[in-house]
Design a protein around this ligand. Structure first.
Ligand code: PEP
Ligand code: MN
Length: 343
C-alpha cells in the first residue's frame, strides 16, 4: 500500500509508479478516500528492490506491505501444522528443558559426565555443551574439537540428545558427522547469511534441529524470523527461535533481557520459542526469575547453562551457570507456571 505525501498522486507520478511496479509484474489499484487516496500494489509485493525504488520517490510518504516477508514461518503458512520434536518432547505440548555447560572442558570429561547425569536426574530432555566457542575477546578460550567426543559420549551415556554451536562450514561438517542433534547458531552469527545458507543446505533431509539465537544487534523481530525462515527455505523445518538478550545491556545484566518478545514471535510465526535466560541476564542468581518470566510469556522451552561446579568451569560457567540442584527447583517452578498458563 503506497501512501503519498499529498492527498493524491498526480497523473505523472502515478505513471512513474505504475512503471516501477510493472517491472516486477505488479499493478496499481487506486483506492479513493474522502481526503486521501492510497494506492494498493496488486501482485507479489515482497520485492525489496521494488519497495526501495518506491520509497525513494520524494512524493511518497511510506509503503506498508501486507504480505509476510517470511512466508514459510508465517502462522498462516502451509507449514503451520509442523511440530518440532526434540528430546522426546513435541514442542508446545510440554516444557522443553535443555541444560549443560557453556563450554565442555576436553581435559575434564568426567565433570561433564557428572553434570549430565545430575541434569538428567533434574529432568532435562537434552544436553547443551559448547565445543567451539565464540568469544567477546578473541584471546579468550575458543574451544577445542576434542570436546565434541566428550559431548557425544555424554549423549550416549545418558541417552539424551545434544546441542552444540557451529560457527563455520568445517565445524558444521564435523558436528553433523559426529551426530550432533541440535545445531546452535549463536548470536554473533544470527545475521551471517552465508553460514545460515550452509546450515540450511546441510540439514535438509535430516532430522537435525537448528536453534537460532537472536542476534544481539538485531532490530525488529521480523529480522529474526526472516533469518530463521532462510534456514527452513532449504527444506528442513525443524527450526527453533531463541531469544537470548540484546545489546546494549540493561545495567546490572549482561544483555537487555528479551524473553518478552515471545508473544510477538508467536503471533507472527508457528516456530517454537526456546529462551536462553543465561546469556540474557548473565548472572546465575537472576536465571530463575528470567526463566519463569519466559514461560509466563509463552516460551516452549528453556536452554540454560548449568554446571555441577560452576566456579571450576570454562567460558561463561563461573558467572552464569546454575547447579543441577538449582535447575531442578527452577524446572518445578517453571512447570507450575506452564500449567497456569496452558492449563
Ligand atoms: C553460548 O550458548 O554459550 C553462546 C555463546 O551463546 P550466544 O551466541 O547467545 O552468546
Ligand atoms: Mn555461554
Amino acid at each position: 500500500m503506497i501512501i503519498p505525501k499529498s492527498p493524491k498522486l498526480t497523473d505523472a507520478q502515478l505513471t512513474e509508479i505504475r512503471s516501477i511496479v510493472g517491472d516486477f509484474n505488479c499493478s496499481i489499484q487506486v483506492i479513493e478516500g474522502a481526503g486521501q487516496n492510497v494506492y494498493a500494489i496488486v501482485g507479489d509485493e515482497r520485492h525489496e528492490l521494488m519497495i526501495n525504488r518506491i520509497e525513494g520517490l520524494a512524493y511518497v510518504d511510506r509503503v506498508d506491505t501486507i504480505q509476510s516477508p517470511h512466508k514459510l514461518l508465517d502462522v498462516r503458512s502451509e507449514l503451520k501444522n509442523h511440530r518440532v520434536v526434540f528430546g522426546g518432547v513435541e514442542l508446545g505440548k510440554e516444557l522443553l528443558l535443555i541444560g549443560g555447560h557453556c563450554t565442555v572442558d576436553p581435559n575434564d570429561a568426567n565433570k561433564f559426565f557428572e553434570t549430565a547425569d545430575a541434569l538428567k536426574e533434574a529432568g532435562v530432555h537434552a544436553l547443551r555443551g559448547g565445543v567451539w566457542k565464540p568469544r567477546t575477546n578473541p584471546y579468550s578460550y575458543q574451544g577445542d574439537v576434542k570436546a565434541l567426543d566428550v559431548l557425544m559420549e555424554a549423549s550416549q551415556r545418558t541417552g539424551l540428545p545434544v546441542n552444540a554451536e557451529v560457527m563455520d562450514e568445517e565445524q558444521l561438517d564435523i558436528a553433523l558427522d559426529a551426530g550432533v542433534h541440535m545445531l546452535q547458531i549463536g548470536t554473533r552469527n544470527a545475521l551471517n547469511y552465508s553460514l545460515l545458507r550452509q546450515v540450511g543446505q546441510k540439514v535438509a533431509g535430516r532430522d537435525t534441529v537448528v536453534l537460532l539465537k537472536r542476534g544481539r544487534h538485531m532490530g525488529p523481530v521480523n529480522e529474526f524470523i526472516s533469518a530463521a525462515e532462510y534456514i527452513v527455505n532449504f527444506g528442513n523445518p525443524n527450526v527453533v527461535l531463541c531469544p537470548r538478550g540484546t545489546l546494549p545491556g540493561l545495567e546490572g545484566y549482561r544483555n537487555q533481557p528479551d524473553e518478552s518478545i515471545t508473544p510477538l514471535l508467536k503471533e507472527k510465526t508457528w516456530a517454537p520459542v526456546v529462551v536462553d535466560p543465561s546469556h540474557s541476564v548473565g548472572k546465575a542468581m537472576y536465571v530463575e526469575s528470567c526463566s519463569m518470566a519466559a514461560v509466563a510469556y509463552g516460551a516452549d522451552g528453556l536452554c540454560i547453562e548449568s554446571h555441577l561446579d560452576p566456579v571450576s568451569g570454562l567460558g561463561d560457567d563461573p558467572k552464569q551457570a546454575i547447579t543441577p540442584e538449582a535447575f531442578k527447583s527452577l524446572a518445578e517452578k517453571c512447570r507450575a507456571i506452564w500449567k497456569l498458563k496452558r492449563g
